[in-house]
Design a binder for this molecule. Structure first.
Ligand SMILES: [Fe+2]
Length: 197
């Protein structure tokens, strides 16, 4: 089996205004790194499984946990890509305006979805849906709720480990800091890769 390797931290953790280097590095090492390690351990178990003899609860449990760990790895990669203030290119700017009315309308919807998860957990994603032919803001619980076929361009992590060290229970202040640091250039590159021009 091929082991999954953690990607290097995409953002500069000392340059995210309003968030400490300590929380970003801890998040990267412990939560993202933990998901990659867990995924490798689960896939090792799957590689050794006697599929014909295994009880269904073992098959279900391992495949469920594989999905949780895999999407945790992938969504955390989009999350770290999402940090580092930069501008959208013309294609992303035009799509946001077409699909949400304006950048500010998109941003207020996205931030409200994050704040609505304060005290709970989950992800807020901006994703390109080829089926809908548009950008969508979606909610993802337990790392597993991305729209089938859609490509996430931005990911906001609302699990408590993302903000508690810096913000305590003030999830809203964390969402505001995240919105002030959007790496829209990276999101533009992701959109170009999946939607073209
Ligand atoms: Fe996280």
């Amino acid at each position: 089996m091929t082991l999954h390797e953690p990607k290097p931290l995409a953002c500069n953790p000392g340059a995210i205004a309003g968030m400490s280097e300590k929380i970003i590095v801890s998040h990267y090492e412990n939560n993202y790194g933990g998901a990659v390690k867990r995924l490798n351990a689960i896939e090792q178990k799957l590689a050794e499984l006697d599929w014909a003899a295994a009880p269904v609860f073992v098959v279900n449990g391992l495949k469920r946990e594989q999905m949780v760990a895999m999407n945790s790895m992938l969504l955390h990669e989009v999350f770290f890509d999402s940090l580092g203030a930069s501008s959208a290119d013309d294609a992303l700017s035009a799509r946001i305006t077409t699909d949400f009315g304006s950048f500010d309308r998109w941003a207020s919807q996205f931030a409200a979805m994050g704040k609505a998860l304060g005290g709970g957990s989950g992800w807020v994603l901006l994703a390109w849906s080829p089926r809908a032919g548009r950008l969508v803001n979606t909610w993802a619980a337990d790392h597993t709720g991305n729209v089938a076929g859609a490509a996430p361009l931005l990911a906001l992590d609302m699990y408590e480990h993302s903000y508690h060290m810096d913000f305590g229970a003030k999830a809203g202040a964390y969402v505001d800091a995240y919105m002030n640091n959007l790496n829209l250039a990276a999101a533009s590159q992701k959109l170009a890769a999946v939607a073209g021009d």
